[in-house]
Design a protein around this ligand. Structure first.
Ligand code: SF4
Length: 371
């Protein structure tokens, strides 16, 4: 099996009790694979009273908002007592993610974990990818190799554009929107042909500049404010697990005019903050665009990628205005967004709303990309 991943993938290590926001305290019910469940049952240790059993699926039920097996030092008591081989597969793998295509696998680490977010954001805005061979057997789910090759090619072209020094952050986000809008006809011509054509079109720099010039007219401050307000209202209608994210959302909404007017000053004061935002864009494109090879539509992924960068950018400027901006607080904002929006039902909701909610129309997404 050939594995492809960001080159820091194999450096990821859970920092355990040093983690400020342990994933075992996020309130998620944690799925237990059958082998692990059967092992716990065989122990007759009472562990199974914390595990639900519905239609053959098993979940560790949270107690007071955290995993019942977390000890007072923030460590996993199951791992300490029975060894790593006896914790659930999800616990072993989190926050890693994978996509399998026969003898090819893509891997990465999710931004919902602060250590993973640190790795993504500590690369000076340039994420490199690497591959290696493993002895893992091929996956046997069917897929279209031509569609996969075309999607990977187009996705990598977009990642290169996001990482090029040719364009500003705002231009890159607009390119992402143009790419997403251009994928809307793909259902008619087929994934392989559609993404091959897009890969070619977005590899031609003159063509890219031409495409960009079609969306180049700058929105007025009022248009940006109106678009941001509408999109923030869309975010307010979602559900969140903890206080931090809605609190930030409220502060951003209250100070929106100040935040938008201060964007240029923030960029001058902290030019390196844009590197972190670009890494967030690359993460989204790398992780989600590959699903188009399995028939998923690309536009919602493009829209949610832009939303992610935009929201974290507003949050960073808000932190800066309050004298609290640093790489650490940026990492925290990226992680909180991922936890509350990406790793929740809110993502599917936003994908759906990319087509149905006027707040997420192309004009608004263009305007927020310019902030
Ligand atoms: S969030 Fe990441 S670093 Fe923290 S406990 Fe979970 S896996 Fe470990």
């Amino acid at each position: 099996m050939k594995v492809y991943a960001p080159d820091f993938f194999r450096d990821f290590r859970c920092i355990g009790s040093d983690c400020k926001d342990n994933c075992c305290r996020m309130g998620w019910d944690i799925e237990i694979d059958d082998d692990t469940y059967n092992y716990y049952k065989s122990l007759d240790s009472g562990m199974c009273r914390h595990i639900s059993d519905e239609d053959g699926e098993h979940y560790i039920m949270q107690q007071n908002g955290q995993c019942p097996f977390l000890n007072e030092n923030g460590l996993c008591s199951v791992l300490l007592e029975y060894g790593e081989e006896h914790i659930s597969e999800i616990c072993t793998e989190h926050p890693r993610f994978y996509h399998w295509f026969g003898g090819y696998k893509e891997a990465g680490t999710g931004l919902c974990c602060e250590e993973s977010a640190r790795l993504w954001l500590s690369n000076g805005g340039k994420i490199s990818f690497t591959d290696w061979e493993t002895d893992e057997p091929d996956d046997d789910l069917e897929f279209d190799p031509e569609a996969l090759a075309a999607v990977i090619k187009a996705r990598n072209v977009i990642i290169d554009l996001l990482q090029s020094s040719e364009f500003s952050l705002s231009q890159k986000l607009r390119l992402l929107l143009i790419f997403g809008l251009n994928t809307q006809d793909i259902a008619e011509i087929g994934t392989a042909q559609g993404f091959s054509e897009l890969a070619e079109a977005f590899s031609d720099m003159d063509n890219v500049k031409d495409l960009l010039s079609q969306l180049e007219s700058e929105s007025s401050l009022q248009d940006k404010l109106d678009a941001c307000r509408q999109v923030l209202c869309c975010f307010e209608s979602l559900e969140y697990m903890k206080e931090a994210f809605p609190k930030a959302l409220g502060e951003i909404k209250n100070d929106l005019e100040d935040i938008i007017s201060s964007a240029d000053a923030f960029d001058k004061a902290f030019p390196e903050a844009q590197n972190g935002l670009l890494s967030v864009a690359v993460y989204n494109v790398y992780r989600y665009f590959i699903e188009c090879a399995e028939g998923a539509e690309c536009l919602p992924f493009a829209v949610t990628s832009i939303l992610n960068v935009w929201f974290v950018r507003l949050w960073c400027i808000s932190l800066w205005l309050g004298g609290k901006f640093s790489l650490e607080t940026q990492i925290n904002a990226v992680k909180e967004y991922s936890k509350e929006v990406e790793y929740s039902d809110n993502t599917a909701e936003l994908w759906e709303r990319a087509y149905t909610d006027s707040a997420l129309c192309a004009e608004n997404i263009k305007a927020i990309a310019e902030v």
